[in-house]
Design a protein around this ligand. Structure first.
Ligand SMILES: [Zn+2]
Length: 186
């Protein structure tokens, strides 16, 4: 079994790879996330280990990823590092016509005959995004208190109250009750 450290690109040159088992390692860094336009992850470090098994017409890649990525907190909007962990299998078909069904639960990537290298950056990026929790919140500290940015929360509360006030003033109910008050006085 070969172990190949491949720190600067996120591809596997399978064309020259003998059949059988191989291991690869990739390190995801800030520059990686900057490659994806509109990425909600601005920074991060994620270690990616890939166990590859190459057969005649396809290659099964088992991914293990773990690290921390910077995202915005849903509550206070400040950025913080959230832990991510992911395990999954990607099947790379060399014949260009594989369906997801052919490999049960696995994700499938079809290469064209003549291709010799598969770029895994997109798959790695999407897997990291998928492994983020739906709700991203600053974790509580050891005493169970929120570690959110308190100044930011206070500002957000002010803005919310202001928005609510404007909404109430413009609502038809508020106009009705004002008219009602006027009628009562008359
Ligand atoms: Zn927060």
């Amino acid at each position: 079994m070969n172990t190949t450290d491949n720190l600067y690109s996120y591809g596997i040159a399978y064309g020259s790879l003998p059949q059988g088992k191989h291991s690869f390692r990739f390190e995801v860094n800030d520059a990686f996330f900057r490659r994806f336009e509109g990425s909600e992850i601005s920074e991060g470090r994620v270690s990616v280990r890939v166990e590859a098994e190459k057969a005649d017409s396809f290659m099964a890649l088992t991914f293990y990823m773990a690290g921390d990525v910077k995202v915005a907190c849903d509550r206070c909007l400040d950025e913080f590092f959230a832990p991510v962990e992911f395990a999954g299998v990607l099947t790379v078909s060399f014949t260009g016509d594989a369906e997801e069904d052919d490999f049960s639960e696995n994700e499938v990537m079809n290469m064209q005959p003549g291709d010799t290298e598969v770029d895994l950056a997109q798959y790695i990026y999407e897997s990291i995004c998928l492994s983020l929790p739906l709700q991203r919140l600053h974790p509580d500290d050891e005493r169970g208190r929120s570690t959110c940015n308190k100044d930011m929360l206070a500002k957000l509360r002010e803005l919310q109250q202001e928005a609510q006030r404007v909404k109430n003033e413009n609502s038809p109910w508020s106009k009705l009750s004002k008219n009602g008050a006027a009628t009562d006085k008359a």
